[in-house]
Design a protein around this ligand. Structure first.
Ligand SMILES: [Zn+2]
Length: 133
């Protein structure tokens, strides 16, 4: 079970510097920065993580879109598996938002509800990859 940022860092296989474990003053901010970096770098969507007293919040913005994924608040203590599952949910949702909003001019018509063009997987212009508008 993960009960604090240090235990989350260990779950993420972060090599926490020894000094950070023993020095109370810098410990929390050092560990948080390490976690923020690894969560951002290890996810395709570049997820964010925030720490609040008693837990964490995770989610992701999507480049070029005004809204992001759902944010997941997780109060300590929680399992590493649950953390991983929410990260996977965020990756999936970020991908869906990307696909719903990043169509190129040849992908097709704008969705009147969102004002964005969804990606057409068969589009020959962007090859179904979409564009940042
Ligand atoms: Zn296209």
């Amino acid at each position: 079970m993960i009960k604090n940022p240090l235990m989350l860092a260990r779950h993420l296989c972060i090599d926490v510097p020894k000094k950070a474990v023993t020095d109370d003053k810098t410990r929390d901010s050092t560990i948080r920065h390490l976690i923020e970096r690894i969560v951002f770098q290890s996810t395709e969507c570049g997820a964010w993580i925030e720490f609040y007293p008693g837990g964490i919040s995770i989610g992701s913005i999507v480049e070029g879109v005004e809204y992001g994924t759902k944010a997941y608040n997780m109060n300590y203590e929680f399992t590493g598996a649950k953390f991983d599952r929410h990260i996977a949910d965020i990756e999936k949702e970020a991908k869906e938002i990307w696909n719903d909003t990043h169509g190129c001019e040849d992908c097709g018509p704008e969705n009147p509800d969102t004002g964005y063009v969804p990606i057409n997987p068969n589009c020959e212009n962007c090859m179904g990859k979409g564009l940042i508008t």
